[in-house]
Design a protein around this ligand. Structure first.
Ligand code: SF4
Length: 97
């Protein structure tokens, strides 16, 4: 059965949220990363995941190939010894338990 097309103009697919207002109401949702370039703002959960990923044992086994994985590894270098990421990863672990 073929589904009918939905027009984007109908507004059904557009989120009905004011992002700036939502962020103003949830000031702790994003943190400013002190180590990544470009004044990165990231969620607390994503930061904790990056720290955990950067400290997985398999991280050390990643070589120069495939190149896109190597680039991802290099992107995680600042997260390996980041104290902010470590504290957020600890919080996330406690929350999950
Ligand atoms: S772990 Fe540290 S370096 Fe990595 S995103 Fe979080 S704050 Fe930034």
């Amino acid at each position: 059965m073929r589904r009918g097309r939905r027009s984007l103009k109908s507004g059904r697919f557009l989120p009905n949220i004011d992002v700036d207002q939502w962020l103003a109401d949830h000031p702790d949702f994003l943190i400013d990363c002190p180590h990544q370039p470009g004044n990165l703002r990231i969620t607390r959960d994503a930061c904790a995941k990056r720290h955990a990923t950067a400290n997985e044992p398999r991280w050390a086994n990643i070589g120069a190939e495939p190149f896109h994985i190597f680039v991802f590894k290099m992107n995680l270098v600042p997260c390996r010894k980041c104290e902010l990421g470590a504290s957020l990863a600890r919080e996330a672990k406690i929350k999950a338990a």
